[in-house]
Design a protein around this ligand. Structure first.
Ligand code: PMT
Length: 401
């Protein structure tokens, strides 16, 4: 990590005492560290300690009162290769999630163009509260990397999840990140995400429960590792802000097929993560279908194009085409059959029988199956971790090919 610029945002929790060790380790690893503290953080550890260890004055106010010097959060955001918020209290996580820019740490976060790591630390009940869970999910959806807190004895003497990850492991997470960061540099990656909506009339459609979380996590991961990503997205409530990601919004399977066909020829890797509707209404009514007293209308369906299979037919030597399989029964047999029918290099199986896997959840549990019958199971993880596993798998097969 030699020469990397790190903004270390420290918020006011008891785990702030560990930040002295974190700063020491980061400096030892050859990085430049700029500490930004919230006003409350200074109650837990002195700015003097952290400025001495980081060899830079700590920033905690928008300007220095005696000199009138203005601290530009925008310049700081541009300077950094990475921002780490540790410890991240429930309050700071909430402010980051909702853009409440009332201190230097949050304004810096909002201006930062670099990847952001967040190491939550709080008591177990605060950690488990639905508002904290929802705010962390929001941060993930903005592309933040969450360094999960550990389980153990907390400052309250209660035992549970909420201990900030140890400084050594935070440094390890950053080292891993920088080590893999450039391994897709120069590669073009096409990713589909979300559901498709097939119009019945101007107010109704056929759709499914896909939230886009898995596909967006893949786009974030591939872009973080240097790829130029085209993300063809069905209608979802997510957004992604990354200089390497070009989002193409589509609604129906036909629109998704057209966008994918346009970009596939030029792609090194394509990952079909979208839950594409297999059928669409034969016709879309021009006006809203009225409720009839006597009988319910019958919907005539037609088959949608199979996007993955279409790309599979046109796959050139050296291109990698991956699919997903969402199954409820006979998982391995059905997924294996899809590899063959769609001419995939591998398929990522997720089963709705596994708690925490599949649609809408922040986690997923996958098994990768390849074209020669090898099976690689993975444990349940946040979708960001799953995306990391899938991209690692691709990088490895590219090395072998
Ligand atoms: O979006 P999330 O809420 O995070 O949920 C993630 C997910 C469950 C949607 C994702 O992990 C997933 O499993 N996506 C694929 C779902 C699916 O449609 O599976 P399938 O078994 O029906 O399709 C197999 C493959 O063919 C998929 O790669 C699919 O994109 C592709 N396909 C399917 C139908 C079709 N007409 N065209 C296709 O290209």
């Amino acid at each position: 990590m030699t020469g990397k610029h790190i903004i270390l945002g420290v918020s006011g929790g008891i785990a702030a005492y560990k930040i002295a060790t974190l700063v020491r380790l980061l400096i030892k690893a050859g990085t430049e560290v700029q500490v930004v503290m919230t006003p409350n953080a200074k109650e837990f550890i002195t700015p003097l300690t952290l400025s001495t260890l980081s060899r830079k004055p700590v920033i905690s106010e928008f300007f220095t009162r005696n000199t009138g010097e203005w601290h530009s959060h925008v310049d700081l955001g541009l300077w950094a290769d990475v921002m780490v918020v540790a410890p991240a209290t429930a309050s700071t996580i909430g402010k980051m999630a909702h853009g409440i820019a009332d201190n230097m740490l949050i304004t810096t976060y909002l201006s930062a163009k670099c990847p952001v790591f967040v190491a939550p630390a709080m008591d177990l009940d605060m950690m488990a509260h639905p508002s904290t869970t929802a705010n962390i999910a929001l941060l993930r959806s903005y592309g933040c990397h969450i360094i999960e807190p550990a389980t153990g004895e907390l400052a309250s003497h209660l035992v549970g999840k909420g201990r900030m990850e140890e400084p050594e492991n935070i440094v390890k997470a950053l080292q891993d990140f920088f080590a893999t960061r450039a391994d897709l540099a120069g590669k073009k990656v096409l990713i589909t995400a979300g559901p498709t909506h097939e119009k019945i009339d101007p107010v109704r459609f056929i759709g499914n429960y896909s939230s886009g979380k898995m596909g967006y996590a893949l786009a974030q991961e591939a872009a973080d590792r240097g790829a130029q990503v085209t993300l063809v997205s069905g209608p979802v409530a997510l957004s992604i802000k990354h200089p390497n990601v070009n989002v193409v919004n589509v609604e129906s399977a036909t629109e998704m097929l057209n966008a994918c066909t346009e970009h596939f020829a030029d792609s090194d890797i394509a990952i079909m993560c979208a839950a594409v509707a297999d059928y669409a209404p034969e016709e879309c009514a021009e006006s809203k279908i009225k409720r009839e007293k006597s009988k319910a209308p019958t919907l005539k369906l037609k088959k949608n194009p199979d996007i993955a299979a279409t790309l599979g037919k046109n796959k050139k030597r050296g291109q990698i085409l991956a699919g997903f399989a969402l199954e409820t029964d006979n998982e391995i047999v059905n997924a294996t059959d899809k590899i063959r029918r769609k001419n995939l290099d591998f398929i990522v199986l997720n089963s709705l029988r596994d708690p925490g896997a599949g649609f809408r959840t922040d986690t997923n549990k996958i098994t990768i199956l390849d074209a020669i019958g090898k099976v690689y199971p993975y444990p349940l993880k946040p979708k960001s971790g799953v995306a990391n596993d899938i991209i690692n798998y691709i990088v490895n097969i590219r090395r072998i090919k």
